[in-house]
Write a protein that binds this ligand. Sequence first.
Ligand SMILES: Nc1nc2c(c(=O)[nH]1)N[C@H]1C(S)=C(S)[C@@H](COP(=O)(O)OP(=O)(O)OC[C@H]3O[C@@H](n4cnc5c(=O)[nH]c(N)nc54)[C@H](O)[C@@H]3O)O[C@H]1N2
Ligand SMILES: Nc1nc2c(c(=O)[nH]1)N[C@H]1C(S)=C(S)[C@@H](COP(=O)(O)OP(=O)(O)OC[C@H]3O[C@@H](n4cnc5c(=O)[nH]c(N)nc54)[C@H](O)[C@@H]3O)O[C@H]1N2
Ligand code: SF4
Ligand SMILES: [Mo]
Length: 832
Amino acid sequence: MSLVNDGWIKTTCAYCGVGCGVEARPKLTGELEIRGDQSHPSNYGKLCTKGIALGDTIIHDGRILAPTKKSQTGDQQTDDEELNWENATQMVAEQFTQAIERYGPDSVAFYVSGQLLTEDYYVANKLIKGFIGTSNIDSNSRLCMASSVVGHKRAFGSDSVPVCYEDLEHAEMIVMVGSNLAWCHPVLFQRLRSAKQNNPELKIVVIDPRETESCTIADYHLALKSGSDVALFNGLLSFLSRHNYLDQDFIQSHTNQLEKALTAAESDSDLLEAATGLTQSELMRFFKDFSTTSNVVTVYSQGVNQSSIGSDKVNSILNCHLASGKIGQVGSGPFSVTGQPNAMGGREVGALANTLASHMEFDNPEHHALISNFWQTENLATKPGLKAVDLFDAMAEGKIKAVWIMATNPMVSLPDSAKIKKALKTCPFVVVSDCIADTETTRMADLVLPAQGWSEKSGTLTNSERRISRQRRIMPSPGMAKPDWWIISQVACKMGYRDAFTYRHEGEIFREYAELSTQGNRNGERDFTLIGLTQLDEQGYSQLVPQQWPVTQVQKEVINQRLFSDGHFYTPDNKANFVPVRHQPPKTTCDSRYPLLLNTGRTRDQWHTMSRTGLSARLGEHKSEPYVQIHPKTAKEHSVQRNQMIKLHNAHGECLARAEITEQIQPNQLFMPIHWNNATAKNSKPCNLIAPHTDNHSGQPEFKHSPVALTVCKHQSRASFASRTVMNFNSLDYWARQKIAEGYLYHIESTLNAYELASYLKSQLKHNVDRVVSHESSEDEALYRFITFVEDKVMQAIHVQSIQGVHPINELSNILTARFSAESESEILAVL
Ligand SMILES: Nc1nc2c(c(=O)[nH]1)N[C@H]1C(S)=C(S)[C@@H](COP(=O)(O)OP(=O)(O)OC[C@H]3O[C@@H](n4cnc5c(=O)[nH]c(N)nc54)[C@H](O)[C@@H]3O)O[C@H]1N2
Ligand SMILES: Nc1nc2c(c(=O)[nH]1)N[C@H]1C(S)=C(S)[C@@H](COP(=O)(O)OP(=O)(O)OC[C@H]3O[C@@H](n4cnc5c(=O)[nH]c(N)nc54)[C@H](O)[C@@H]3O)O[C@H]1N2
Ligand code: SF4
Ligand SMILES: [Mo]
């Protein structure tokens, strides 16, 4: 049932690949109450900080309300023109059609996202591959899951995650490799923590160059050298073989090529300690624990995937699970956790440049015929298209004449931001579908289309354990926002493909998609099948409870299916492949010019480019500014003080962040979160510094390994500026914006002295305020305060001081926020 007691509606969280069930209830005031869905098998009622704060993010601040044509793009002011949907979709159809007529189908592209729902994703892929006839559609999943996809396909013959969440509770040992589960998949981490509490014998190991929050429940942490995972797992494979821990029965009956993989692993044995930087005793402890424990789950994520040898890292892990038979069993298996809410769905619908729909493949003529026939098209693309990084390279070279970007922000999230900017500037027609009006990518668009966001849109998505859940429409959408599938279908109709895109409801798309999964698959030829859902009527779709694929019949109760339990894989001879892999250093290394290694990733309470989590005041409190972790020794060598602003730079660009000095990071390494960007701060985007090196097999960028240099910013003054409305401080050296309950809090630093900065900020005060109360202390103290009022309401509160000033930064934020909520003028002035 979609509706439960008292108006609570069941839906699924908007964020990570855990895919937690959420119950939401709209209040008359327009707010949304949120609680965990007790009946959902992913989270059994639990939610993390981001999930709990979902209700904060449904506010309409900054939403794009109508299709908007921009006359100039990029840095300049735009002269925007609002269009109706008829004209907007006509414009997209015409621009794409013209480009195709003049330059051929490969001159156009879609760049899509794991944050689309399956129905959106399916329709986008159907239009471009099936009817436009090019495979130039790639997803931000390329930045995220591509190496795992390659690893799975090479080993299993299909892109399939074997385990279910329940296995975390049944395991005797959990290895987290390149995964900060505590912050990135928090509800899975909570399940793991409870499992450990219930069974203190459960061994937990973290393998990460950094000491992360995930280490808090670990028995031990292997702080390996960045990029050395293949050497480590090759060491483990050799150990399994040398000490008779191979599962010979499993290997004989269900695998191929062990010898080759072992030879490769043995060749790495001499460099094991040097490459990993781990001691013999650390290595032996891990190898023995893995070998002697029957049930092991290896959870891995971006520390594995986002590497120039990411696919090989994945196979080095899979090799060890296959060699020891730790796969397909309760409590055992390799577990690639997905990042985005529908990263898995995108892989299923085939919205990557090198796959066909529904786990079918380009190099299989039968698959090509099945899909062509099913879609009734003669145009189905015959070869793979450009992967994300290559796609933007081609765009920068002028080869892509029209691009449609949906639900992703490549100006922030693709490596080498300067090149991405050039690409979007070069492309003659850039359409962006987003919920938010001002992102770095919408700034580059010719046309921005308003998409429905979480709580407005409706459809399905698949989580890390292959479980399909419904997201449901709960709130009305603002302005003219529409579902992505609707927008794409309208354009498809106007491009002349009306017969194939007559969808009236997302449920119709889902049913078609379920039907496609059965084509040529009546005897289980492919593991991905939704045959049990092909007969869903509107009510069935509306009331669908979570279903884990393969779905052979509608699942009314929760089931937990593991794949490969019968040793049957999806290769031509149904045996799994060992893949021989060798350690290789990352594509760039540090040198005297760029002596520090920049690692990038996530922080607990922000999601990606902050377009949603940035709207929540409580989520802004955890980390309120871009920061960079640095070891005390490295900080000392570079004369960096705690909380000082530093500039990281290399040949690709530069970025600013506040130094967080911590022993959790190794000397000469840095870690910076990916969230802040030019829409929320000045010059704080790590992708400015990241070279577009990719894995040769998967095309996934090496986001975790960038040589950089560091300079301390010579700032003289600092200000906190709280405002009811968004401000523009781009002419200052540094600013970052934090959402607070009453408005926004700007953290500012400048090379001006405090007096000069105060004068500048004073000149920026709103003109339509009733009065300004200011306090300027003696020049020595260099302390300036202003408060502006409209009637008795504080509109802005500003505090400026010299950089070494009396008040620590965190304290200032509290003071300014307190001023906003104070009742009377005397009370307001008394704070501080
Ligand atoms: N709070 C929050 N949660 C999220 C997201 C978010 O934006 N915010 N995004 C979601 C998405 S899309 C994704 S993909 C996931 C990502 O989830 P994770 O992969 O867990 O997150 P990251 O922080 O990117 O990277 C994980 C760890 O890899 C480590 N690492 C770096 N280099 C290496 C290496 O060479 N070897 C090993 N073993 N480790 C290395 C890093 O130090 C880091 O701690 O998170 C999802 N969940
Ligand atoms: N340096 C570095 N860079 C990285 C990574 C890293 O670890 N380090 N990680 C990479 C990874 S794993 C990922 S997944 C990417 C994520 O990077 P992005 O995909 O670029 O990040 P988001 O901020 O999630 O962008 C989603 C956009 O879609 C909009 N949106 C949300 N819902 C909808 C919808 O329903 N429809 C439409 N049309 N729009 C919607 C949002 O407002 C937002 O602007 O970043 C990658 N980049
Ligand atoms: S763990 Fe992931 S899916 Fe669950 S509530 Fe948190 S962000 Fe949402
Ligand atoms: Mo991701």
